[in-house]
Design a binder for this molecule. Structure first.
Ligand code: SER
Length: 302
């Protein structure tokens, strides 16, 4: 990757991925785009940026040509809970953006990274140690757009040679930009509320286990996947990746080690709870495990 376009740079992942990649690839080689949410000053001043509506394919094409882009990180998405409030809008944003990224990379045979998610699985998927290749019949518009995006990215690879790759991220825990509209957001909010109020009211019930990952691991896994030797990639879109699985009680217990009077209460949101119940309790990420020894049973061996 020489000249990288990050779409959705003001979001939870983008706001940390841009500075991370500017350190690796050079400030002038990572172009940050944003739309409704302005970029933080650090990102605006730290390298090239542009305001761009990702559903406008012509605008994306112009930026790709202007900066001689050979890789796109496609981070625009309406997340699971927000998507259920407006499925039509969610489908349009999620699918048009992915389609445009793949289309603009077709001629140059460039690379496209699109995150998929635990949300790509559904209630008929095995919920414990969810395998890499398994039933994928999600019941949210977000999940449906993620499965469609995975298939579209594989299609553009097979048909047009686009170097499309992706990861199925779990909930991501970070402290720079808050997530918005997701079902796993509670696992970030709980820390902010602990500091502010020594208490948190959780919208998922005790015993709701979901996969999670700390942001530095999410950033590293994205870049390592994109730098992996293509000959070693059996799968492309997308690899299960995870770091841990816990429920709200487990985070509360961890917070109480530092703040013994922290209180966790529950007011379950039925929409979010139904989404969480349809997702894995834990994922099997062995296809993406990095193995320097070159174990050939693995399908991603950087
Ligand atoms: N974090 C996302 C959500 O909760 C899942 O990928 O919607």
């Amino acid at each position: 990757m020489k000249n990288i376009l990050v779409i959705g740079a003001a979001g939870q992942i983008g706001s940390e991925l841009v500075p991370y990649m500017r350190k690796i690839y050079g400030e002038s080689h990572v172009i940050a785009t944003y739309n409704h949410t302005p970029l933080p000053a650090e990102l605006m001043e730290g390298g090239p940026s542009a305001k761009m509506d990702a559903i406008d394919g012509q605008a994306m094409q112009e930026i790709v040509s202007k900066y001689n882009i050979d890789a796109i990180f496609n981070l625009v998405a309406v997340l699971s809970a927000k998507g259920e409030a407006n499925p039509t809008f969610s489908w349009k944003i999620n699918m048009d953006t992915t389609f445009n990224c793949l289309e603009v990379m077709k001629d140059v045979k460039g690379a496209v990274f699109t995150p998929s998610s635990i949300g790509a699985f559904g209630p008929t998927t095995p919920q414990d140690q969810t395998p890499q290749d398994t039933v994928m019949r999600p019941t949210t518009i977000y999940g449906i757009s993620k499965v469609a995006g995975e298939l579209l990215a594989d299609y553009y690879h097979l048909k047009f040679g686009v170097d499309a790759r992706g990861l199925r991220y779990p909930g991501i825990i970070s402290n720079v930009t808050l997530p918005g509209g997701g079902t796993t957001d509670y696992a970030v909010e709980i820390y902010y509320e602990a500091i502010k109020n020594k208490a948190y009211t959780c919208n998922l019930s005790a015993g709701t286990f979901l996969d999670m990952m700390y942001m530095p691991d999410a950033l590293r896994s994205a870049v390592e996947l994109m730098e992996a030797d293509p000959a070693k990639l059996v799968h492309r879109n997308c690899f299960n990746v995870t770091a841990m699985s816990f429920d709200p009680e487990i985070i509360a217990a961890a917070i109480r080690k530092h703040m013994p009077d922290f209180r966790l209460e529950y007011k379950v949101d039925p929409i979010k709870q139904a989404i969480a119940n349809s997702w894995p309790n834990s994922m099997d990420d062995s296809a993406a495990v990095m193995n320097g020894a070159g174990n050939l049973s693995l399908t991603w061996i950087p």
